[in-house]
Design a protein around this ligand. Structure first.
Ligand code: A5P
Length: 238
């Protein structure tokens, strides 16, 4: 865990060098993105980053950014933002990702799909050959709709489980539920699964983030390694 934390912080440090004064910056959610929020907060307070506006992807991130006094703005106010930085649960060789174990997938996708540049930061444990190998696909659903999604998800080859915490079903910032859907031997074709999920009426959002990352920064034991998309991402992003 200590080693992973050090890797996360190294990746964050490298990503934050891309943030410049005057920019509109999307702030991710989770234990890796937290380093970024803290580093941007410190630089803002020290006057090294001036005139930035941040767009948080969760209430947790909003509260942390607010504690540094960073000016914040909701994503609805922006057609485009300059840069977004966030973690991920899995990253494959095409830089496609699974996200949402932190529960913030809906706003993460809303913010990150509007970013001119989306930088993803991970420790080495997040790199996989095939998505779905370690992580589930989180799916956001209205509280009264989760049962009706189980059969369609099983028909897609998934093993759906309602996410619960100590108080019962886990709630997102939007007061929705999450279904964690496991794919026993990984996801053969993430594009076709994403399309199928997008077509299910009761799916409010899902954790497949395809063709979205411009750069993945992998924190290593000494330093950080950058992986850039070989070609510009196709538009529109999903
Ligand atoms: C939050 O909803 C997620 O998408 C996070 O980005 C993801 O779970 C990574 O979190 P950690 O950085 O805590 O692993």
């Amino acid at each position: 865990v200590e080693r992973e934390e050090a890797q996360k912080s190294r990746a964050a440090e490298e990503a934050v060098t891309e943030v410049k004064s005057g920019q509109i910056v999307g702030l991710g959610t989770g234990s890796t993105a937290r380093y970024v929020v803290t580093m941007i907060g410190e630089r803002f307070k020290a006057g090294q980053l001036k005139n930035i506006t941040c767009v948080p992807t969760s209430e947790k991130t909003r509260a942390l950014a607010e504690s540094y006094g960073i000016p914040l703005s909701p994503i609805e106010k922006h057609k485009q933002i300059d840069i977004a930085i966030d973690g991920a649960d899995e990253v494959d060789p095409q830089l496609n990702m699974l996200k949402g174990l932190g529960g913030a997938l809906l706003r993460e996708k809303a913010v990150e799909s509007k970013a001119k540049r989306f930088v993803v930061i991970v420790d080495e444990s997040k790199l996989v050959e095939k998505l779905g190998t370690k992580s589930v696909v989180p799916i956001e659903v209205a509280p009264d709709k989760w049962r009706s999604l189980f059969d369609p998800l099983r028909a897609l080859g998934g093993i759906p489980v309602l996410r619960e915490d100590s108080n019962g079903p886990a709630l997102t910032d939007q007061q929705n539920y999450l279904i964690d859907c496991r794919f026993a031997s990984g996801i053969e074709d993430p594009y076709s699964l994403a399309t199928s999920l997008d077509q299910l009426e009761d799916v409010i959002g899902h954790g497949l983030f395809l063709d979205m990352a411009d750069t993945v920064i992998v924190g290593e034991d000494s330093g950080a390694r950058r992986i850039d998309r070989p070609h510009p991402r196709p538009m529109p992003k999903r």
